[in-house]
Design a protein around this ligand. Structure first.
Ligand code: BGC
Length: 444
């Protein structure tokens, strides 16, 4: 039996836009209206949370979870600049009360990819004004919620937000290969985080303020200098931007040499959330097909979940949990595995991913890393950004047309893990190997 420390947090992660439904004031709803969801899906009611989150809170209670991560949508809260919507704030307060009522500790993310349309129209985080605007919003919403929550995540995944929005173009604002803008936005996001950190601590010193970053293991396809260089560049720019900004106030090489320093960001962190799912393989030089994916691919025989509309989601790779944690431990603050999961409609590979990721978390703790919780992505299927309803991440299946929920096998497995506060030998041996899967998107 692999037993976790007493008080370890077992939770699920969620986000406002992906669960609430009928969000019309953020830039993702505008993106959808422009027809930019690859699957052609619409978010519509999402998981219906704006009407009622009770069903899914009950499912969390059934699993015995003691933590839950949600996000608040800035577009709902401040649909027009300076106009605060009391009804929206009230709704978030009642959601937090429901979470407490089910015996869970809430974590609230202030920016999970979405912000108001008016903010987007002013250049979002490319504009220097965004830093003050975000910090003002953060201070005010925390003040509204602080009696019900003390753990706040300022930003979800600055690296995904910028890579997809300014390099790959599949998230709003939809730019491709604007590397300089991408670097500027990463810096501004961290400056906004740092200012929010100060403001929140000033008004609520007891609050904990962190950020969540995504980590991907990048593996060079061959030993060639070109493949290794490209894998190094992905690792440096994508994985280490938050780490290095928080550690020493500058972006890692090579972005660091073309961007200003941001010393005010250093050490402004109480905890780090790690969102860990995948390994991606990297090859160069790029042919026509691999240019489309930036040289990233997943080998045919690699374990993986379901395929996205155009691209594979990634190699399901539980080792990434410990690899990311080892690197971010350098900051000396508590770590949470804040997202982990796999798109898997039929629950073919999820039990293995879940078991092995929990095992890697346990091993990392055994080796001395301060990991305080594991949050699965997610409780039910939800609206997966530009992939729409194509990729299904739920422990429970959710039919967006009927809103019905059906348990997948992994829900029961997670319930057992949570109840045992660990993994049994039987679970470890039952899910020791990945089921065979895989298909290669890009061929040489
Ligand atoms: C994001 C979630 C997303 C999940 C699965 C994370 O990068 O924070 O919003 O649904 O990955 O792709």
């Amino acid at each position: 039996m692999l037993t976790f420390p007493a008080g370890f947090l077992w939770g699920v992660s969620t986000s406002a836009h992906q669960f609430e439904g009928r969000n019309t004031h953020n830039q993702w709803s505008a993106w959808e209206r422009r027809g930019r969801i690859r699957s052609g899906d619409t978010c519509r009611d999402a998981c219906g949370w704006w009407q009622s989150s009770a069903r899914d809170i009950d499912l969390c209670r059934h699993l015995g979870l003691n933590a839950m991560r949600i996000s608040v949508d800035w577009g709902r809260i401040e649909p027009r600049e300076g106009a605060w919507d009391r009804t929206a704030i009230h709704r978030y307060r009642s959601l937090l009360k429901e979470i407490h009522g089910a015996g869970m500790r809430p974590f609230v993310t202030l920016h999970h990819f979405t912000h108001p349309i008016w903010f987007e129209e002013r250049g979002a985080f490319l504009s220097p004004r965004s830093i003050e605007q975000f910090a003002g919003y953060a201070e005010r919403i925390v003040d509204e919620l602080a009696d019900l929550c003390s753990d706040f995540v300022t930003f979800n995944e600055p690296n995904v937000y910028t890579a997809f929005g300014y390099v790959f173009g599949n998230f709003p604002p939809g730019h491709r290969y604007r590397i300089r803008d991408c670097a500027q936005v990463i810096i501004n996001l961290h400056r906004a985080h740092a200012l929010a950190y100060e403001r929140i601590h000033f008004v609520h010193p007891e609050s904990w303020v962190g950020l969540a970053t995504h980590w991907v293991d990048f593996k060079a396809a061959t030993d060639s200098a070109a493949d290794r260089l490209l894998a190094f560049l992905y690792d440096a720019t994508f994985n280490r931007s938050s780490l290095q900004l928080l550690w020493c106030g500058s972006l890692p090489f090579p972005l660091g040499s073309v961007t200003p320093e941001a010393p005010e960001v250093m050490q402004k962190i109480d905890f780090i959330g790690l969102n860990v799912y995948n390994r991606l393989h990297v090859r160069s030089p790029w042919d026509e097909a691999s240019r489309k994916t930036g040289g990233l691919y997943v080998p045919q025989d690699a374990p993986q979940g379901d395929h996205g509309v155009e691209l594979p989601y990634g190699e399901a790779y539980p080792e990434v949990v410990a690899n990311a944690a080892r690197e971010y431990a350098a900051l000396g603050v508590p770590l949470y595995i804040m997202e982990n999961g796999v798109p898997d409609r039929t629950d073919r590979i999820r039990p293995w991913v879940l078991t092995q990721s929990v095992r890697r978390t346990w091993e990392a703790i055994e080796q001395g890393l301060d990991i305080r919780g594991y949050f699965h992505w997610s409780i039910v299927d939800n609206f997966e950004w530009c992939e729409g309803w194509t990729l299904r991440f739920g422990l429970y299946e959710m039919d967006p047309r009927t809103q019905e929920r059906f348990a997948r096998g992994s829900a029961e497995l997670f319930r057992e893990i949570v109840q045992q506060n660990g993994l049994s030998d039987e679970q470890l041996s039952r899910f020791s190997d990945p089921p065979v899967s895989g298909r290669e998107l890009v061929r040489r």
